[in-house]
Design a protein around this ligand. Structure first.
Ligand SMILES: Cc1ncc(C[n+]2csc(CCOP(=O)(O)OP(=O)(O)O)c2C)c(N)n1
Ligand SMILES: [Mg+2]
Length: 411
């Protein structure tokens, strides 16, 4: 089992673990594997609320203690100290990158930033579970997953600076463009996964979305289609407790992972601040997809520690106590505690990582400030693969409009 922890700027190696290399997709084959985690327990009686406690899969406690889990230990069995340090490094560098981006927005260098603070474990654990040939459909907050996929972080910043018209070539890293239209990427992912099945490939697709997005019709439609067509897709919902100012209670009367049962596929709730548990559960879900068992819903129970975006002020709708309670469950701190207690690290490791973080911050700042404005006509590129008459017409109109300023341009 390997955990690829190479820097995002380096070429990405396969992060496939043993969970990712077994099985061959048959596209239409449906197996009947039933586990307790897939028994999402329907609401009983006439009430709309279930009476069962959510099952939270956790392998590392907030204090950094490794706890056994009969079902998921196998998916991280044999993980090496080096791989654990790699996960830690990923989370630290992602957090550092995110902090730099927030600062750059405050300095007027970016138009907006959506911080992932607090969600590092959910993103790094799930991102490192993906295989190179898997395809990822993110929202606008998956900077940690982008890191795992090898997308250059400066591309993310170019998008939020408004100079690269969308960010990156999705096919270079099998990491789709950020999607702002809430929930719509789950449909894209489902359609893509249905295509993967038709191709007879054994890769899987993973769609990220939030607790708020779970209320969107698009998400319900993608659940229906993926279930009926047995599509090889993992729905990875980061329940960060808030959809801007709306708490999760306003989205659902049942724990979100239980929604899956009504659509006919398993749902599981994982501790989203536990990188090991997120890695294990996502490997399991991706393996299901690859081996023809269809979709899975993973609800990563986590917390958005920062503002929704740099345009938001969370003090208007939530108190400090909540944040403090979640800070005690910090994803980076708990892995650090585990690494230290297991003697998997020394002071040199942390010092080197700090230096690497500094260097990343510097690289990102310099890259952003040096980004040139885009070519005025670049917005017309890549709209259609083979061009389109209407786009040609619009380009010509825009060119004429630009030309109307010609006499003042030299002034
Ligand atoms: C279709 C649609 N409706 C509304 C919005 C405005 N909007 C942007 S982010 C957001 C909240 C999303 O919350 P959640 O899905 O929990 O994701 P999070 O931001 O917490 O990661 C909303 C309503 C939008 N972008 N698209
Ligand atoms: Mg949310």
């Amino acid at each position: 089992m390997t955990v690829d922890s190479s820097a995002a700027s380096e070429p990405r190696r396969s992060a496939a673990g043993k969970a990712g290399t077994t099985g061959s997709k048959t596209g239409t084959k449906r197996t009947t594997r039933t586990t307790s985690r897939s028994t999402t327990r329907a609401a009983t009686g006439s009430g709309t609320r279930t009476s069962t406690d959510p099952e939270l899969v956790q392998l590392l406690t907030p204090e950094g203690k490794r706890v056994k889990n009969a079902e998921y230990d196998a998916y991280v069995a044999g993980i090496t100290p080096e791989e654990l340090r790699g996960l830690y490094r990923d989370m630290v560098l992602t957090r550092r990158f995110d902090a730099e981006a927030t600062a750059l927005q405050r300095q007027g260098e970016l138009g907006l930033w959506a911080s992932l603070l607090g969600q590092e474990a959910a993103q790094i654990g799930s991102g490192r579970a993906t295989r190179e040939d898997d395809y990822v459909f993110p929202t606008y907050r998956e900077h940690g997953v982008a890191w795992c996929r090898g997308v250059d972080p400066t591309n993310l910043l170019g998008m939020f600076r408004g100079v690269n018209h969308g960010g990156w070539d999705p096919n270079s890293n099998n990491f789709h463009l950020y999607t702002i239209v809430i929930g719509s990427q789950t449909l894209h992912a489902t359609g893509y996964a249905m295509g993967v099945a038709k191709d007879g490939a054994d890769s899987a697709v993973i769609a990220y979305f939030g607790d708020g997005a779970s209320s969107q019709g698009d998400v319900a439609e993608s659940f229906t289609f993926s279930a009926v067509y047995n599509a090889p897709v993992v729905f990875f919902c980061q329940n960060n407790q808030w959809a801007i100012s709306e708490p999760t209670e306003k989205q659902t009367r049942v724990p979100l992972y239980q929604r899956a049962q009504g659509f006919g596929f398993p749902g599981v709730r994982v501790d989203g601040n536990d990188v090991l548990a997120c890695l294990a559960v996502t490997r399991w879900a991706l393996e299901r997809a690859r081996s023809g068992e269809g979709p899975t819903l993973v609800e990563a129970f986590t917390y958005r520690m920062g503002a929704h975006t740099t345009s938001d002020d969370p003090t208007r709708y939530r108190g400090d106590e909540e944040r403090l309670a979640w800070e005690a469950k910090d994803p980076i701190l708990r892995l650090r505690r585990y690494l230290e207690a297991s003697n998997h690290t020394d002071d040199g490791f942390f010092a080197e990582l700090e230096a690497e973080s500094e260097a990343l911050g510097k690289r990102v700042r310099e890259a952003v400030r040096a980004m040139p404005d885009p070519d005025k006509f670049a917005i017309f590129e890549n709209v259609y693969a083979d061009g389109h008459a209407l786009v040609d017409e619009e380009r010509a109109q825009f060119a004429a409009y630009q030309a109307s300023f010609a006499d003042v341009e030299g002034v």
